[in-house]
Design a protein around this ligand. Structure first.
Ligand code: LLP
Length: 414
């Protein structure tokens, strides 16, 4: 089905994902690591739709989760618990308890305080918590500062010396079993060197931990491989895997890698329709029915998503493509060349499969978009468009209780 028909059938804004493209990406990364035991744990924050996760589960993927909600999504979508890992700097007691109850592969620990909490909770539950420690290698991933995570100035992980002390503590605790070592230096990485350096640094640490009889089994290299949004030079899965494998020489560990964007980014597009055109003085605006609440990336990171249209290329001129939200930060593209647009014309924002819908919100009381997936030529609705009722249902019920209690207070006081 072509995009115009999809937009007509499901209305816009609409996310469309090509599941076959996701399969190709998954196979390419799996193939690149075939020389070693490896587990690909899809970072489900990139696109958390249950059908997308399920598709990856069928391909053999595990899941990298960053909240207990994501852990539940992963399990619900059919990822086996022994392939689920749970990272994040701020896990609550309840989240830790639930993860231990679910018996997932391991928790990625990001501070000494968290390690103590996990020990305490595991003891309460008479369990042994399998853990990995996220090490912050203090390496610049050379990406946007908001998605750079491997420097000491970032909140993530612990430094190498602290990590060593934590592993020793963990080894000596009857309630903790340290089985992994982890780093993740950032997202949308397009240079191999920082990944190489980080992998080497962490591999050195792994050697010294093994020498201390800390029985590591997993070497988790995080995610971060970038995709081509415009003209970036990207890293091939082969080169990426080679860089990691090189640093792992002499270490008999299973590699875990946590790609998010690489698996789903290029599979998705956001379809949107033009509402109006307008000029403010000389400046041209094309106003569309999608907004920053649907696709946050341009606003948040000044990210570029190429925009495609179905008109003739004649008489193009530069314009900002903006949404209906009451903020000047509400743009999906700045200064792009488009031909004259009419109400109802379709625009396609490319490479929107990662961090698109998953970062969307209801800001300005805008219902979140619908999502469809295409698999073997078949189109399936995988998320309904939200309705106004969906958005207000809970508040409406609570408002009624509020009004009723005000009324009864009035009656009692009167
Ligand atoms: N593992 C960990 C521990 C992570 O924090 C992340 C992403 C990943 C794996 C997956 O990274 P990826 O392979 O997708 O680069 N919202 C931003 C990206 C934030 C990434 C957060 N962590 C964006 O739209 O660019």
């Amino acid at each position: 089905m072509d995009y115009n028909t999809l937009a007509y059938t499901y209305q816009t804004p609409l996310y469309v994902y090509d599941l076959d493209k996701i399969s190709t990406q998954f196979e390419s990364i799996k193939e690149a690591f075939k020389a070693r035991k490896s587990l690909i744990c899809y970072a489900i924050k990139a696109n958390s739709n249950l059908s997308v996760i399920h598709h990856l589960a069928l391909l053999g993927s595990g899941a990298d989760c960053v909240s207990i909600g994501e852990v539940k999504r992963a399990l619900m979508a059919g990822i086996p618990k022994y392939k689920v890992i749970f990272s994040g700097v701020g896990k609550s007691d309840d989240a830790i308890r639930e993860a231990l109850k679910e018996d997932i592969l391991f928790l990625n620990i990001e501070s000494e305080a968290e390690l103590s909490r996990v020990e305490c909770i595991a003891k309460e539950m008479s369990k042994v918590a399998r853990i990995s420690i996220r090490v912050n290698p203090n390496i610049d991933a050379k990406t946007h500062p908001y998605i750079s995570t491997g420097l000491h100035e970032n909140k993530f992980g612990v430094d190498i010396d602290q990590a060593k002390a934590m592993y020793i503590f963990a080894k000596n605790s009857p309630f903790i079993e340290p089985i992994g070592i982890h780093f993740h230096i950032g997202s949308q990485i397009t240079e191999l060197e920082p990944i190489k350096q980080a992998a080497q640094k962490i591999a050195q640490l792994a050697h010294s931990l093994l020498a201390l009889k800390i029985d590591l089994k997993f070497f988790d290299v995080g995610g971060g491989v970038g995709i081509r949004y415009t003209d970036e030079q990207t890293i091939t899965p082969y080169d990426y895997a080679q860089a990691v494998l090189e640093s792992l020489r002499g270490l008999d560990l299973t590699i875990i890698c946590e790609p998010g964007r690489f698996l789903v980014g290029e599979s998705g597009v956001l379809l949107t329709k033009v509402l109006y055109e307008k000029y403010n003085g000389q400046k041209r605006f094309v106003i569309i029915d999608a907004a920053m609440n649907d696709l946050m990336r341009p606003t948040l990171y000044h990210a570029t998503h190429q925009v495609r249209h179905y008109k003739s290329e004649q008489n193009t001129s530069l314009c900002d493509v903006v949404g209906p939200i009451c903020e000047s930060s509400d743009f999906l593209a700045k200064q792009v060349a488009l031909p004259p647009m009419e109400s109802g014309d379709l625009l396609v924002f490319e490479n929107a499969g990662a961090y698109g819908y998953s970062m969307s919100s209801q800001y300005n009381t805008r219902p979140r978009a619908a999502e469809v997936a295409i698999h073997n030529g078949e189109v399936r609705l995988i998320k309904h468009r939200e309705t106004f009722e969906d958005m207000v249902q809970d508040e409406k019920t609570l408002l009624q209780t509020f009004i009723d209690s005000d009324k009864s207070n009035e009656t009692n006081n009167g």
